[in-house]
Design a protein around this ligand. Structure first.
Ligand SMILES: [Zn+2]
Length: 297
């Protein structure tokens, strides 16, 4: 279980979100968006062309006649992205993302703490409630993924019906659909980044608690995009990651209790990586005698 002290202890390295998990997740979601858009355009193009003459010629269009065909075409595609087959596919994507993120976090956390204490703990017990957490997280991600096609096809219906009512050319409608595809692609990318980052934050906290680490130090990303950083891009942000990393609530600058977190701007329980959406802060484990020297200890 424990080997002899090998190296001089040093402050634990930050446990960063798994790049591999994010790359995988983001790639899978990008593929899904591409597939959605491709199938939609294929189904819609002939319909729009066929109906073009009717809806441009009709000065006072009665929608009932020709909306049916268009709606049927859109819904035929959208149904494939809400089928049970699709659901089992996204279930696999979510589970696979989470298991990659979990495995990387476990390995990086072990390395980080072992380096800091100078010994090698081979056995790290699975933190309490971990299985439940991972299952809940998988379900949450399945819902998030599902929301991408749900929103996409709903907005596409609005675009197509509105465009036809206004007598827009099929090319103009196609352009708006393309923009909507871009919106979905950007959202997919944000979901991948935010979810992997939140997983890392939660898993790190659980592992710190399980390892008996009492305090962590909040570290911001140290660049222009850090919220609340003076002279940065967001000096007046409501939640200041810059401020959280520096305020002293009695344990030292930026130091907080594991499981409790920081308070800022009237909000409590703020944890690194989750101070606000896309927060990039990390929680460095404070190990007494290594990088933490309590005043009265
Ligand atoms: Zn932050």
């Amino acid at each position: 279980m424990m080997e002899q002290r090998k190296k001089k202890p040093r402050a634990p390295k930050p446990v960063l979100p798994s790049q591999e998990a994010e790359r995988y997740y983001s790639g899978q979601l990008r593929g899904m968006v591409r597939l959605m858009a491709g199938e939609l355009i294929r189904a819609l193009e002939p319909e729009l062309k066929r109906l073009k003459r009717d809806y441009i010629a009709d000065a006072k269009p009665t929608l009932d006649g020709w909306t049916d065909d268009i709606l049927a075409a859109i819904r035929g595609v959208s149904r494939r992205f809400s089928s049970s087959l699709f659901e089992s596919q996204i279930q696999r994507v979510a589970a696979s993302t989470i298991s990659r993120a979990e495995a990387d976090n476990a390995e990086d956390f072990r390395k980080s703490v072992n380096q800091a204490v100078g010994v090698d703990f081979q056995l790290i017990t699975l933190p309490k409630g971990m299985q439940d957490y991972l299952e809940a997280s998988t379900a949450e991600n399945v819902n998030l993924i599902k929301s991408i096609p749900d929103e996409y096809f709903k907005n596409v219906e609005t675009i197509v019906l509105g465009g036809m009512k206004d007598g827009l050319a099929p090319t103009a409608i196609a352009k708006q659909i393309q923009e909507q595809t871009g919106v979905s692609a950007r959202r997919a990318k944000l979901i991948a980044r935010d979810q992997v980052s939140q997983l890392n934050a939660d898993l790190t906290e659980k592992r710190q608690a399980a390892a008996g680490i009492e305090f962590y130090k909040s570290e911001d990303a140290g660049d222009q995009r850090v919220s609340g950083a003076p002279g940065g891009k967001y000096p007046n942000a409501k939640i200041s990651c810059y401020g959280i990393a520096r305020q002293d609530i009695g344990y030292g600058p930026g130091i907080y209790k594991v499981g409790v977190g920081a308070s800022w701007g009237g909000k409590t329980g703020l944890k690194p990586g989750k101070h606000h959406p896309l927060c990039r802060c990390i929680a460095i484990a404070m190990i007494p005698g290594v990088n933490y020297f309590p005043k009265d200890g």
